[in-house]
Each structure stands twice: as C-alpha cells, then as structure tokens.
Write a new protein. Structure first.
Length: 225
C-alpha cells in the first residue's frame, strides 16, 4: 500500500505541481484551505505538507488544532524563513520546514526521509518495562502506563519519552532532543524542550515517586530506570 500524503495549500498551481510529482509513489490527497484540511485529516495521512500563509485559517492554526491527535509528520511550506517563524512553527507542532520556491527533488527527499524515520519507528516497536515493572511503555501503541493506569502524553511528550527510554542512561543535551524529536536541523528552542520535560515529569509524578527523567547538570537529561 502506498503511503498517503495530504497536500494543503491555497495556490492551486503549487498543489497541482506537487500532486503530479508525488502521485507515482504516493497516494495524494489535496486541500485548499485550513478548514478543508481539518476535514481531510480524518483520512489518516502518513505525512502532511502544510502551507503556512493561507487566508482564513492559516497553517499554524491548523497544526495547533491537530498535532496532539495525529502521529504523522507535518512539513510546513512557507514563503519566509525567519527565526521567529521557526520557533512559532515548532511550537505549533511542525516537524520540518521548506521554503518557497522549493526544488521538488529536495522536497521529495525530505518527505521520504520523514516517512523512512516513521517506518523505522514502527518496525522497531516494542513494549518495555521500567522501575521493576512499574512503568510500561508501548512504543507501538505510543502509550505509557504506571501500574496499569495510562498516562496522558501529548505527541511530543511521548516522542521525548521514547527517545530517552530507548537509550536509558545516555545523556542527551537539549539541542539533541530538539533535533531528534522535532526533526529539523537548525536552531533549537531549548525552552520548548524544558517545558515538555517539565510536563512529562509532572504527569509521571502524579502516579509514581520514581524520577524517570534525570537532569545531568550542565549536560542535559537521561532516562533513569
């Protein structure tokens, strides 16, 4: 079965160009507004190409509304690439950026790279137990539970738990976590990483006294089994 792409852009010419390029390899769905994109998300795409600057509901708003409820990568298409736009986009849940006008082969390579990463994640999915069996992380279902009681983690929160717990004892600095979880080379927003880890710790602390995420001062964070 071909991977399913959802292309969202109000410029029909750009949508048509991308659709022709991707159709030989992927199932391509299209939307021309933010409102239409919200309806199309129910088709469960494997990756979303989302224009930021659309009239009405823009791409940032769409991303904010859907990112906690989907697991597929979201790649923003934008006519500008300033640092403030990066921070806003990653805060909204974007996985990558590509600037218009873009090279189709570069876009295709980025799409395939993100899909390949998702396939590796699913192929290596396992269930692991920590804290002498107290905490169960199901990497396939993307859930975590303490003594059988599920912990409500957002998409990014689970991504951080996944990264750290699969490499227990290894120290990751905030920049590394940002790049691994948000999926883009470039300027990391350390405050975003710190805030997500704070929330994960608070959610776990409501169910266990064990501190699974340890701070290594001056270095970063590690998973403490």
């Amino acid at each position: 079965m071909k991977p399913k792409l959802l292309i969202v852009d109000d410029e029909t010419g750009i949508v048509d160009m991308m659709k022709r390029y991707f159709e030989p390899r992927y199932e391509v769905l299209t939307a021309y507004s933010g409102e239409e994109a919200l309806r199309m998300v129910t088709t469960a795409p494997d990756l979303i190409l989302l224009d930021i600057n659309m009239p009405g509901m823009d791409g940032l708003t769409v991303c904010q509304k859907i990112w906690a409820y989907i697991t597929c990568p979201i790649l923003f298409l934008t006519a500008r690439m300033e640092a403030a736009d990066k921070v806003r986009g990653f805060g909204a849940g974007a996985d990558d950026y590509i600037v218009k006008p873009f090279d189709l082969d570069e876009l295709g390579a980025r799409v395939e790279a993100h899909l390949r990463r998702e396939r590796r994640r699913h192929d290596s999915a396992t269930v692991r137990f920590f804290g002498e069996g107290e905490l169960c992380v199901d990497y396939s279902a993307r859930t975590a539970a303490v003594c059988g009681e599920e912990i409500s983690l957002s998409r990014r929160e689970f991504d951080i738990v996944e990264l750290l717990s699969l490499h227990a004892g290894q120290v990751f600095d905030r920049e590394h976590i940002y790049e691994a979880v948000w999926g883009l080379e470039g300027d990391g927003n350390n405050d975003v990483v710190m805030e997500h880890i704070r929330k994960i710790r608070a959610k776990l602390a409501a169910h266990t006294l064990h501190g699974y995420i340890a701070t290594v001062w001056g270095c970063g964070y590690k998973w403490n089994d």
